[in-house]
Every structure is written in structure tokens, then in C-alpha cells.
Design a protein around this ligand. Sequence first.
Ligand code: TXA
Ligand code: MG
Length: 328
Amino acid sequence: MDRIVRKIDGYSLTLARKLIEDGSLVAFPTETVYGLGANAYLDDAIKEIYNAKKRPLDNPLIVHIHKDFDLDGIVFDNDFAREIRKHNLPALTLVYKSKNTVSPYVSCGMETLAVRIPESEFAQQFLRFVDLPVAAPSANLSKHTSPVTAEHVYADFGESVPLILDGGRCDGGIESTVIDVTGDTPIILRKGLVTKSDIINIVGACEYASDDSTLNARSPGTKYRHYTPKIQTEFFDSNNLDGAVNLYLQLEKLGKRVCFMSDGAVAKKLDGYNVFDLGQSGVQMANRLYYMLHEAEKRYDVIIGISLSVDSDLVLSVNNRFLKAFAK
Ligand code: TXA
Ligand code: MG
């Protein structure tokens, strides 16, 4: 692990640049989750991402660039996007009409290209050093929980990724909001830390992609199973805590190591049991969700999720992942 996971310094960045130029994979931190990066200009490098992740071939990738990279070289920019970008929102990905200058495998042949300019200083340092568009999905095996530490990346890929840049734990904790800006109104394809009201405040309008068929066509990734821990999962409504506790006790009798996961209010009611408390605010829950799913996986055999009370757009974004993680 020592050879693969490296702190971000002049040496590791030089290594990263060489690997990306040569078409190899490099994992790197962003303010949301770790990405598994490859040179967006090279077909074989992009195919390697799909191979390594065992990712379905119709689920397009996000291209990451540094703040001074020539965006016009890869997409058709527009007024909405310019206005939104002025605000330097972290954890945001915009989908543009592509100029088809990057590998067609990045967008799986679609006419659009998703581009993210991460706010994280480590991500910017890496992208500036490389000075290429870097396509990167979250650095986890397809379907598994997304990684928020370098160790999580290593646990999924081991030695098959030659370099993991270690920037500590990602604060954001869930993936970027993906917004299509190719039409008359910005459309949210994937919910995240940037909310609908954030965008309405900037450009006066924003919608959620309405029905599942629109969403699947526009953002194929949303139709797949996601974020699933490797241990047994069970799920209960917070109205049925007695049922959840009964199951917990039954499983314990069978010799299983069991834990609960829910928001702060539910966690308080489960005092005395093993509980992962996601906290109360959307920001706190986002920061903890994947980290705690990884922790649960390391220490327990069964995790029982209890429904979250959704009282804001941000909690809605977290809940979207929470429900998928526990979906059967
Ligand atoms: O925070 C993030 O977004 C992380 C970090 C590494 O940047 N990346 C990430 O990538 O979550 P991934 O591959 O796990 O998810 C990318 C999402 C998928 O839902 C995919 O369908 C959507 O973005 N997407 C990518 N390109 C698209 C496009 N051209 N049009 C619509 N949706 C697109
Ligand atoms: Mg992902």
C-alpha cells in the first residue's frame, strides 16, 4: 500500500503526470469523493477506467479540469453555465454540448460532455500539474459505496491502480450535483450538495429531471444500483423501530455483529445499541454517509438502515444515496 498511496507532493504529482500522459489510471481526492482519473483524450485510457471499475459501458464519465483550462476547447459554453460558474460552487458538474475533442468513450457516444471544475485545492493542484482534461468516475468498484479516503480506494482496487494521491478525507462526502445546461432551463440530473434553490438564486430557474425515463436517457448512471455496502443490509421505516430492534436482537442471537444507521433523532432513540449517527443537518449527513457505510462494512456483519426524516433539499440529496445503498 505504501508504494501506491502517496501524499500529494512534488514527487507524487510528477509521477501522476507521467502516468496520466501515458494512459494509466491515477486516483485523486476532490471535495466530494475520490475520483479514478485517466487522460480524456486517450480511448484506451478511458476503456481502462470501465474495465477497472467493472462499470456498465453506457454510463458516461465526468471530465475534470483546472480553473484556467480552456473549456472552449472541449465544449460549447453558454450564458447559464457562465453565470453559474462565476459563483465557484463546490461539488458541481455541468453538462454541455460536446465539441467531440475528447475520446468518444468518455460520453459513451452521447452529444454532451459533463465537466467539473473541482474547488478542492488538492484536485486543482493535480489537474494543474497534469494540464489535461481528466475523466474520472468515483474511485470505487461499480455498485460499491463511493470512497471518501485513499484507504477506501485501495480497499477496492489494491495494486491494480498504480497511484492513489492521498489528500485525507473528503469533506463533502457525496458526489457532485450534475446539471444539464444545454436547454432553456438548467435540469438537475443527479442531486447533490448544490441544490435546486442554489441554482434558482443564480439564474432564476432550475428543474429536476422529471420522470425516470427522461433521467435514464439523459443521465444513464442514475438507473444503476449504487453505493451498496458489502455486508447484509436491512431497512426499516422510522415508524417501525420496534420491528427494527426485534430484527437486531434476533440477528445478534445468531452471533451476527449488527448495527443501525440513521439520522440524529432516530439515533437518540436507539441509545444503547450499535448506532451510526449521521447527524441532523444535510451537510453533516453528506459528510458522514459514505464514511460510515465503509466503517460499518469493516466492523459489522449486518447494517440496519432506518429511514431519514427529509426536511431540506440537502437531506433529499443524501436520502437519495441512503435509499439506494439499502435497496434490494
Ligand atoms: O463528485 C463527483 O461527481 C465524482 C468526483 C470524482 O468528481 N464523480 C462521480 O462520477 O460521481 P460517477 O461516474 O460516479 O458519476 C457520474 C454521473 C453519472 O450519473 C453519469 O451518468 C453522469 O454523471 N454523467 C456523466 N456524463 C454525462 C453526460 N454527458 N450527460 C448526462 N449525465 C452524465
Ligand atoms: Mg459513482
